[in-house]
Design a protein around this ligand. Structure first.
Ligand code: MG
Length: 224
């Protein structure tokens, strides 16, 4: 059994910044933050990790109550920003998912820094929800490596036979996707459809690096 764990932003979709716009709107409307801090890194980070950094930067107490407030308002804004921006499903993604879910020797899941509800909103918006029924998410973990561990645990619950770690694949667009795949002992395909150029991704030594997912041949050479 082969397990494929997909990142969302920059890998499956390009929302044209809908998530980040919704985040800033949530801080503005709910917490009164007018001056954005643009220095917080987000690429490959988890929502929990990103927000911990923003709470610190904006002097907001990192309490469960404030996290819940943020979460609710962020999701409301996300529905608006997803609709307002002309985001896309990235090239080759739908045919790839179609071939994977059509095989009984493959299991497809998510490995994303998004909180679960935001992942659902994004996948619903782009018509991709039907391909995924489990994953690891960014609700609780500061580190993407812990998201990868959650995704792997969820995959193993769904697979009756023992999965070799050589058959666990992470597909993502950032150096942190490569790192988290290694953290669980899995393999990794880096795809340069996000913010990181192909040379930067290649330097992290993934098992395969591609410009986008439109050509499936190199992937099947690894998987078949
Ligand atoms: Mg990504």
């Amino acid at each position: 059994m082969t397990v494929c764990l997909f990142d969302i932003d920059g890998t499956l979709i390009d929302s044209r910044g809908a998530g980040m716009a919704a985040l800033h709107e949530a801080f503005r409307t709910e917490f009164g933050i007018e001056q954005r801090d643009e220095s917080v890194p987000f690429s490959g980070r988890t929502d929990r990790g990103i927000n911990t950094a923003y709470f610190a930067s904006y002097g907001i107490d990192n309490t469960p109550e404030n996290w819940t407030r943020f979460h609710a308002v962020y999701l409301r804004h996300l529905a608006v920003t997803l609709a307002a921006r002309d985001g896309i499903v990235l090239p080759g993604v739908v045919p790839l998912l179609e071939s994977l879910v059509g095989r009984d020797d493959f299991v497809v899941g998510l490995l994303t820094g998004n909180i679960r509800d935001a992942a659902t909103a994004k996948l619903d918006h782009y018509g991709l929800s039907g391909y995924f029924d489990f994953g690891g998410f960014g609700d609780h973990h500061q580190s993407r490596n812990d998201v990868a561990r959650e995704a792997l645990r969820e995959a193993q619950r769904r697979v009756n036979v023992q999965t070799q770690m050589d058959d666990v694949w992470v597909i993502g667009d950032t150096p942190l996707d490569v790192e988290c795949a290694r953290a669980i002992g899995g393999r990794v395909i880096a795809v340069a459809t996000g913010n990181h150029p192909i040379e930067e991704l290649a330097a992290t030594q993934p098992d395969l690096v591609v410009r986008d997912l439109s050509d499936h041949e190199p992937l099947w050479q690894l998987w078949d």
